[in-house]
Ligand binder design. Structure first.
Ligand code: PLP
Length: 408
């Protein structure tokens, strides 16, 4: 049996986001913490003894439920403004569980600049399960209209900002259009890029929110996890059924580690974001084409600011030449060449060669994906060191002459 404490915090005062991240409720009677440990223990057990042949306690088998995992899920439901949240083994698992709500013959509408792994999963569903995905440019809600079908459309999957093109979509407008025309459809937002500290899609009209816990929620690139947060109780039951049926719930140790990470989300994100803003400004001042929703030059600066409380810490820029970009990436010393983001360390990558290489080159071209794009995922180091290192890499690569501005 699984427990899923409904927000037990309804009675107490609510605090500001940074406080709520650290303040973890332990519901009375949940049995998760009978010694009042400051850090809820890791219940490293597969089974729980029953009191009799016919009666189970709150927990019986860790695939179905574990106190450490419930504790994490309860905390995440609170910070994501969800009715229930579920912790699973990776972000892709979260997406897999959610796409199992779709039946053969039903359809998905999704953005055209999705995470590469999501793209691969949707292609698999199309080939093997006859579930078609229409990829559209979700930056313009109107573009979705022709693809909406009152009964066939089951999921509308959004990311905002997208990665690495940093395109923004209007969650509220799309949610109301879709809910009106397709009562059966769910708006699913992959909110990994923003984290619940900066953006809460369930408050903007979405039905389901997904996070790769591997990124900002954990913050240290030392675990893999995925989170699914849901508003509707019936949808939540279906999701719980799949998690229990397939056995993809997050392990007790990783649940404990993820909860530890979540508590520092606000301090990490505040620092990462302030560093990112300085770096974006540095690059723009030197004449590079920069995509970052914290810059007023971003075409959807205002839309992003309406939906979220900050621009996050991922930005991308182009150099105009693929081999120059490759040299820039390879010339940094402080910035690690790595896929993924959300780590306390700064990372640099070339999406076309790395995270997005699984998208065929022809499709990338069709979607206007620049091959010379460099993505920066900014960490918590001193911004001056990050800028100095980037500057020397740009000079070494020939993207910038020392002490010279590029021609805008
Ligand atoms: C990383 C990522 C995923 C996949 O998460 P994993 O934890 O790597 O499985 C999904 N969506 C987005 C936006 C991501 O960045």
């Amino acid at each position: 049996m699984n427990t899923h404490p409904e927000s037990s915090n309804s009675k107490r005062q609510t605090y500001r986001p940074a406080t709520e991240l650290v303040f973890v409720d332990c519901p009375e009677g949940s049995g998760a913490n009978h010694y009042n440990a400051a850090s809820v223990p890791i219940y490293q057990t597969a089974t729980f003894k029953q009191t009799s042949a016919t009666q189970t306690g709150e927990y019986d088998y860790t695939r179905s439920g574990n106190p450490t995992r419930s504790h994490l899920e309860n905390h995440l439901a609170k910070i994501m403004s969800a009715n229930r949240a579920f912790a699973v083994s990776s972000g892709m698992t979260a997406l897999d569980v959610v796409t199992r709500l779709v039946r053969t013959g039903e359809e998905i509408i999704a953005g055209d600049d999705l995470y590469g792994g999501t793209n691969r999963l949707l292609t698999f569903l199309n080939k093997n399960c006859d579930i078609k995905t229409h990829h559209v440019d979700t930056t313009n809600p109107e573009v979705i209209l022709p693809y909406l079908h009152p009964t066939r459309t089951r999921l509308v999957m959004l990311e905002t900002p997208t990665n690495p093109l940093i395109k923004i979509c209007d969650i509220s407008t799309i949610s109301s259009i879709v809910h009106e025309q397709c009562p059966n459809a769910l708006i699913v937002v992959d909110n990994t890029m923003m984290s619940p500290y900066l953006q809460k899609p369930l408050e903007l009209g979405a039905d389901v929110v997904i996070h790769s816990g591997t990124k900002y929620l954990s913050g240290h690139h030392d675990l893999m996890a995925g989170i699914i947060a849901v508003k509707d109780k019936v949808v939540a039951e279906k999701i719980y059924f799949t998690i229990n049926a397939t056995g993809c719930g997050l392990s007790p140790f990783d649940s404990w580690l993820l909860l530890r990470g979540v508590k520092t989300l606000a301090v990490r994100m505040d620092k990462q974001q302030s560093n990112a803003m300085q770096i974006a400004t540095f690059l723009e001042l030197h004449g590079f084409q920069v995509s970052y929703p914290g810059l007023q030059s971003h075409p959807q600066y205002e839309l992003h600011a309406r939906m979220s409380s900050g621009p996050g810490a991922v930005l991308s820029f182009t150099t105009g030449d693929t081999s120059v970009s490759e040299r820039v990436v390879e010339s940094t010393k402080l910035w690690a060449i790595s896929v993924s983001f959300g780590c306390v360390n700064s990372l640099i990558s070339m999406p076309c060669r790395m995270s997005h290489a699984s998208i065929p080159a022809a499709v990338r071209e069709e979607r206007g994906f620049p091959e010379d794009l460099i993505r920066l995922c900014v960490g918590i180091e001193d911004a001056a060191d990050l800028i100095e290192d980037l500057h020397q890499a740009l000079v070494t690569a020939g993207a910038l002459r020392n002490d010279e501005m590029r021609e805008a």
